[in-house]
Design a protein around this ligand. Structure first.
Ligand code: GLU
Length: 550
């Protein structure tokens, strides 16, 4: 076709478009950002619920945009209406809110590049496709589904590349008259790319994580607009990333194989290229086989995001975990910088693992413990209360009724360079601190008594009644326990006992163990003297009685 014929064809196919390309280029001008600012986007399709892999890429979008003074936006890619799930869009925005991965603009957040949902941008896509037709880079294709299927079968038998290209692209060179005739016959059509690529030539792409990659040029006449005039993802994302001035496309690496097409589309549409950042998927070491495998929704509950809230994993701790996946040097930095937050760290693409990162529950737990250890007793109380209000209303009541004491218990061993590291989830506070609330202690404690031993109640009663002074410092207290132990036939230190086991019933540690079990129901607890101070002597005595009568 001549240029004039292509213009005529374009007008014939798109008679009602209100604007031209220039209009949209002006409507969505360059962003006014400082040099080096990154514009990133989370561009999910509402075809399934958000999972940990999605959160990881949205998290990366957020931190890179934020640290560079750029913008992170949310774009809903709902081009595949057939695969949309009910509530899919609400799930996306809800999860971003719940997990505090908040875009600074985008669908439901607003911004200058709206609409941020592809189903409301059809005219824009058509406008650019119309222009591609004029330039000879796109054409209407009237092939039926049966014809295409027959070609695919033939290609499968011949083991050649699947798709409409070369000899298979029968409508590529239809004359204007032929197209008009088919249109007059109401034949359905899609608009295909007229790919100028040569499959024998190579292109080179530099990915910010994966480095230099080589691919054969794209040479398939991929569908750009479907029969109903709506775009395919490939076309829509290219136009959107151009008009929304994305600088870095951060996404899952299942899109790597589409890069030759995407790069070709950018070129043919006359767009500035973007930088690509393809993130490898999270994998898992299979419990049964020991092999690294893909994550599975069925086998790996942590892959769904509901898991974190249900189990009481703090959002900020999950952020820490996502940060360790995003940059391999993050964890060490975080552990060495107790007073810093994620946003003090400088993330960089070259510290991102090229291969898949394996989900590491132990690491997540450890980060959670570090997170809790850095929070004050009051913060842990407030956060646990919010969690309990949602998931354990009975416990929430107890927390509300015992606020002051609870904060005191949660504040034990918080000062100093090595704060207590025990809790890893909100859901563990109830059990770990069951001794902090009388009714819980009474209900749960002896059923769960961790020790099998029978302890000498008279001995401990005697100690508490006659020797326990709660108004001294920790060292003085421990000295009196030692004295008491010695007086009652226990060595003052484990070492003394070890040197002469026949002369003693045990050592001071055994006395403390008995005291601890009677008071807390546990073999391990935060500093025992601090616990007793908060309880007061009367309660301590009552607990010993309780132990005796259990
Ligand atoms: N809508 C695509 C998806 O959900 C996103 C791909 C991209 O980020 O470019 O997989």
């Amino acid at each position: 076709m001549t240029k004039e014929e292509r213009v005529e064809l374009a007008d014939l196919l798109f008679p009602n478009l209100e604007h031209d390309r220039d209009y949209y280029e002006k409507l969505y001008p360059e962003r006014n950002l400082k040099e080096g600012a990154m514009v990133t986007r989370y561009a999910p399709s509402p075809t399934g619920n958000v999972h940990l892999g999605n959160l990881l890429s949205a998290f990366a979008d957020m931190v890179y945009a934020r640290q560079s003074g750029g913008s992170f936006f949310l774009r809903i890619e709902d081009t595949d209406q057939k695969r949309m799930i009910e509530g899919g869009i609400e799930n996306i925005t809800g999860v971003l809110h719940d997990f505090d991965i908040l875009p600074n603009e985008g669908y439901s957040f607003g911004g200058d590049y709206a609409p941020y949902i592809q189903s409301e941008r059809t005219e824009i896509y058509q406008t650019y496709v119309k222009d591609l037709i004029v330039q000879g880079y796109a054409y209407p294709c009237f092939m039926t589904e049966e014809e295409i299927e027959a070609i695919r079968e033939e290609q499968e038998i011949n083991k050649t590349k699947i798709g409409i290209y070369g000899v298979y692209a029968v409508d590529r060179d239809l004359s204007l008259e032929e197209v008009k005739e088919k249109l007059a016959n109401h034949e359905e059509y899609v608009i295909r790319l007229k790919s100028p690529g040569d499959g024998n030539k190579e292109i080179e792409v530099i990915d910010c994580i994966k480095g230099k990659m080589k691919f054969p040029e794209h040479n398939v006449d991929t569908v750009l607009l479907k029969k109903d005039g709506t775009p395919t993802y490939h076309l829509a994302h290219a136009i959107d990333d151009h008009l929304m001035h994305t600088t870095h496309v951060i996404r899952g690496d299942e899109w790597v194989s589409s890069l030759p097409l995407h790069i070709q589309l950018f070129e043919l549409l006359g767009f500035q290229p973007v930088q690509y950042v393809h993130i490898a998927p999270i994998t898992i070491k299979d419990q049964e086989t020991g092999n690294i495998r893909k994550i599975s929704k069925r086998k790996d509950p942590w892959f769904g995001v509901a898991y974190y809230d249900e189990n009481g994993i703090p959002i900020e701790a999950l952020h820490l975990y996502l940060a360790t996946i995003t940059n391999t040097n993050f964890e060490e930095w975080y552990l060495n910088n107790p007073d810093k937050t994620i946003f003090d760290f400088t993330f960089s693409f070259d510290k991102q693992a090229v291969g898949g990162t394996s989900f590491d529950e132990a690491k997540l737990t450890n980060l959670c413990k570090t997170y809790f250890s850095r929070k004050s007793g009051e913060e842990v109380y407030e956060e646990t209360l919010s969690w309990a209000l949602k998931h354990d209303s009975e416990y929430a009541e107890l927390l509300l009724g015992n606020k002051e004491a609870m904060i005191q218990f949660l504040s034990i061993e918080k000062d100093g360079p090595r704060p207590r590291k025990d809790i890893s989830k909100y859901s563990e506070v109830k059990e770990e601190f069951s001794y902090a609330i009388d009714s819980l202690f009474e209900k749960e404690h002896y059923a769960k008594n961790e020790s099998e031993k029978e302890y000498d109640v008279d001995l401990i009663f005697d100690y508490v009644e006659h020797y326990l002074n709660l108004d001294v410092d920790n060292e003085t207290w421990f000295n009196t326990v030692k004295e008491f132990a010695l007086k009652n036939g226990y060595a003052a230190s484990p070492k003394d006992y070890k040197n002469d086991p026949d002369s003693y019933k045990g050592h001071v540690g055994d006395v403390c163990e008995a005291l601890r079990v009677m008071i807390t129901g546990r073999l391990k607890s935060p500093d025992l003297f601090s616990i007793m101070k908060i309880l007061g002597k009367d309660k301590v005595l009552k607990r010993i009685e309780f132990y005796q009568n259990r």
